[in-house]
Write a protein that binds this ligand. Structure first.
Ligand SMILES: Nc1ncnc2c1ncn2[C@@H]1O[C@H](COP(=O)(O)OP(=O)(O)OP(=O)(O)O)[C@@H](O)[C@H]1O
Ligand SMILES: [Mg+2]
Length: 332
């Protein structure tokens, strides 16, 4: 989508200043701090960041699937203008699947091992006033759509009778069966081999074009994000540090963390490396986050200012921002 078009497209999802903590034996762990994110109708937005930076916590917050020890300290989430964080459990059940749905890394998270695929796909359609035969017909159509051979027979199988790649296709068919406005995918290709990963990405693109849903796609792999997404949000240690159109960010990152992620992305390494490079250092202790910039301990550009003052979001170019005091020095 071009920028002029984007400005007129409404938000499918809007998350504003989300702060979420987990109670742990070491104290409250600040998993998200002031995270804001918009996904416009029909847009594909990627969220990237290394393990432990809060990607799954963000998704669980958006879907209201947080565990008991989690607390939303601040912020709001709206799906098509409706407040998710205060919606009744009944309303939430009605919204899940129909208005927003999720595909997890491990398809078994969303599949019930003791029910046939057909039964599970009928259950998703429980509010539709149509016959069992029609529900099966729609389910089989969707299974065919995601590339499963002999979809009618697949309705009678149990999840364990399918391969991992097939199970992920079933999970995508289930998540998109009701044509949700927003599809959230949490590392849906990480457990698959490279060929299957390419197929699943192509499938998501096709389905998105067909049903017009917005997609929020989570990955720690920049190459996958670049392939699929219009825009990317970069997360580090529970904060969003940079956001903008994928191509611009790849060409000219404006946050030192993004630049290091690109350097370490296996898909972009020119020579085959013996061991995959990783960003030196580790995530800060999130039960006691340091003052100033959250990335400064691992940053080559860090100065006294970074130790004293938490950087706020600064516009880099139209539609792009970076939370770095030295954004202009990142891609000279
Ligand atoms: N239920 C929980 N209780 C306590 N801490 C948790 C819980 N779930 C996650 N955390 C912590 O919150 C932080 C963010 O975790 P999260 O799972 O959101 O990261 P992630 O970016 O999804 O990582 P990955 O790429 O490994 O999936 C981590 O420090 C993690 O240890
Ligand atoms: Mg995760």
């Amino acid at each position: 989508m071009t920028e002029a078009v984007l400005e007129t497209v409404p938000d499918a999802l809007s998350a504003h200043e989300l702060s979420v903590g987990y109670d742990t034996r070491q104290g409250r762990l600040q998993a998200l701090r002031d995270v804001s994110l918009d996904v416009r109708a029909g847009e594909i937005v990627g969220v990237v960041g290394e393990s432990g930076c809060g990607k799954s916590t963000l998704i669980s917050t958006l879907m209201r699937l947080l565990p008991e020890n989690a607390h939303v300290a601040d912020g709001c989430v709206e799906l098509d203008g409706e407040d998710i964080l205060t919606a009744s459990p009944r309303r939430l059940r009605a919204m899940r699947g129909r208005e927003m749905s999720v595909v997890f890394q491990d398809p078994m998270t969303s599949l019930n091992p003791v029910l046939t695929i057909g039964r599970q796909m009928r259950d998703i359609q429980y509010r539709e006033g149509i016959s069992k035969a029609e529900k099966d017909r729609r389910a089989a159509h969707m299974l065919g759509r995601v590339g499963l051979p002999d979809p009618e027979a697949k309705l009678r199988t149990y999840p364990h009778e399918l391969s991992g790649g097939m199970r992920q296709r079933v999970a995508i068919a289930m998540a998109t069966l009701m044509h949700p406005k927003l599809l959230i995918a949490d590392e849906p290709t990480t457990a698959l081999d490279a060929t299957l990963e390419v197929q699943i990405i192509a499938l998501l693109q096709e389905i998105q074009a067909e049903i017009g849903c917005a997609i929020l796609f989570i990955s720690h792999h920049l190459g996958v994000i670049a392939e699929l997404c219009d825009r990317v949000v970069v997360m580090y240690a529970g904060e969003t540090v940079e956001e903008g159109p994928v191509a611009d960010i790849f060409e000219h990152p404006a946050h030192p963390y993004t630049a290091k992620l690109i350097e370490c992305d296996p898909g972009r390494l020119k020579q085959r490396a013996e061991t995959l490079p990783s960003i030196p250092g580790s995530l800060p202790d999130l039960t006691d986050p340091p003052p100033g910039c959250i990335f400064r301990d691992r940053c080559d550009l860090a100065t006294d200012l970074c130790a004293r003052q938490r950087p706020s979001r600064r516009a880099v170019t139209p539609g792009r921002w970076s939370a770095c005091h030295h954004a202009e020095k990142v891609s000279p």
